[in-house]
Unconditional design. Structure first.
Length: 80
C-alpha cells in the first residue's frame, strides 16, 4: 500500500492498495474510489504499487512492476 500526500492541496491525499485500487482522500470526507482494482491498468500479481502526485494537482502517477500510468481525475467521471 502507498499513500501520497498532495503538495498542492492541503488535507488531500491518494492511496493505492496492494491490488492497485486507487482512492482519493480529503480531510473531512469519505474515501472516493478513483479506480477499482478490477478496472485499473495494473497487474494484480505485481509485488508493489506506488503513487505520487504529478505536475497537476488533479493528476497522479501510478507505478507497478510493469510500468507507469497517469491518472487524471479532473474528468467529471471521477467527481462525486
Amino acid at each position: 500500500m502507498c499513500i501520497a500526500v498532495s503538495p498542492y492541496i492541503p488535507g488531500e491525499g491518494v492511496i493505492v492498495t496492494e491490488t492497485g485500487a486507487t482512492y482519493l482522500w480529503r480531510c473531512g470526507h469519505a474515501l472516493t474510489t478513483m479506480c477499482p482494482a478490477n478496472q485499473c491498468d495494473s497487474s494484480d500479481d505485481s509485488p508493489w504499487h506506488q503513487c505520487v502526485f504529478a505536475t497537476n494537482p488533479r493528476c497522479i502517477a501510478l507505478a507497478d512492476a510493469r510500468g507507469v500510468d497517469l491518472l487524471d481525475f479532473r474528468v467529471s467521471l471521477f467527481i462525486k
